[in-house]
Ligand binder design. Structure first.
Ligand code: SF4
Ligand code: SF4
Length: 356
């Protein structure tokens, strides 16, 4: 297995440690030791030493990680299972050992621009040209619903446009095969399409994460300023361009790990929800958040994703939540699939629209 010395060092440091096992949404859902960062590191350390082959089972295990960064955040000694897991995925790709369920999504991505192999169903209105682009992302265009977000921007009087032929940001490629040449090519192509714009508002935290982090890390020149949809809404409310009326409503935020940990964006959602009502936190919030689901993994581990979302509902219920608010189209879809009857689920834009 081709893996860097840096990753080997992190693998060797994690393989006998158990300190972050309680924070893993996948391990908590499956109850299996193999889903802890430690167990993955132990297996990879044997592969890296040539003691065992990089087997199908080991590669499956590498794809059982959500790359949510819970373990990285919890680690007091600074080791990084996300880094070595992504490198192990790249190694599987370079060795021609990608599992069939990953190969299938890569083919879909090539053929249709999204991992689902489906035509986008999002109803996009006719919009005038603008130097501000609202970037919806593959999950919202194919699986989700972005009508409320579009309506909210229109109500705020924001000039913006949406590309009918939106490129893929490269998040899914990065998730599946890490820093492969093909991932970088996809990101470069996306950056080229975005060149004419001054500002890109990313609806999906996943796209914001790669544009703001991986593009920069890999030297991909992105001309427009990139802002998250949450950050943009917070600015609109703060500047008075979007006027909300505080309601007698209590909101419980479900922080997207991509925003809260990768982009360190925690406060804007609270600023928005505090302007609309009262914020009531649940266990594990802000940068300590627990992921509520991942749509890419839902393609090959749907039962585990159901359990991950159900576990988050348990946290919400225990906190006495009335309205859980999510910023991520993927988490919205997965939470909604197992929603208990007595708690509401709202997207951030739905929460704001209720308070105009
Ligand atoms: S990330 Fe840190 S806490 Fe988790 S297994 Fe590795 S060394 Fe231990
Ligand atoms: S990145 Fe997330 S899913 Fe993967 S081992 Fe760490 S906590 Fe678990």
């Amino acid at each position: 297995m081709q893996i860097s010395q840096k990753s080997k060092q992190h693998i060797d440091s994690c393989r006998f440690c158990w300190m972050c096992h309680h924070i893993c949404p996948i391990g908590n859902a499956t109850g299996l030791e193999r889903n802890t960062a430690r167990a993955r590191a132990l297996g990879l350390s044997l592969v890296a030493r040539g003691a065992v082959p990089y087997s199908k089972d080991m590669i499956d295990n590498v794809y059982e990680c959500a790359l949510c960064g819970g373990c990285v955040h919890e680690c007091v000694t600074g080791w990084d299972p996300v880094m070595f897991t992504k490198e192990a995925r790249l190694a599987a790709a370079l060795e021609g050992k990608l599992p069939p369920y990953i190969q299938k999504m890569l083919i879909h991505l090539q053929e249709t621009g999204n991992i689902y192999g489906e035509e986008p169903k999002a109803d996009i209105p006719e919009l005038p040209d603008s130097d501000t682009l609202f970037f919806l992302g593959q999950d919202a265009r194919v699986k989700g619903d972005c009508k409320a977000a579009i309506l909210l921007l229109q109500k705020a009087g924001v000039p913006f446009t949406i590309l009918r032929d939106e490129p893929n940001s490269g998040y899914a490629m990065d998730f599946m095969v890490g820093a492969a040449a093909e991932t970088k090519d996809m990101m470069k192509k996306c950056a080229d399409v975005l060149k004419p714009f001054q500002r890109v508002i990313c609806y999906d935290p996943a796209d914001a994460k790669v544009m703001k982090r991986e593009y920069k890390e890999w030297g991909i020149d992105l001309v427009p300023e990139v802002i998250t949809f949450t950050g943009f809404l917070a600015e609109l409310i703060h500047s008075g361009k979007l006027q909300v009326k505080k309601q007698n409503l209590t909101f419980t935020p479900q922080d997207s790990p991509l925003l809260a940990r990768d982009l360190e964006e925690v406060q804007p959602m609270r600023d928005i929800l505090s302007a609309c009502g009262t914020v009531k936190e649940m266990l594990l919030y802000g940068e300590n958040t627990m992921m509520a689901g991942n749509l890419i993994m839902n393609e090959y581990m749907p039962d585990v994703m159901k359990k991950v979302a159900a576990n988050r509902w348990v946290n919400a219920k225990n906190a006495g939540a009335e309205n859980v608010v999510t910023q991520s189209p993927a988490e919205y879809i997965l939470l909604n699939a197992v929603k208990p009857e007595n708690i509401n689920l709202l997207s951030l834009e739905e929460a704001v629209l209720a308070c105009l």
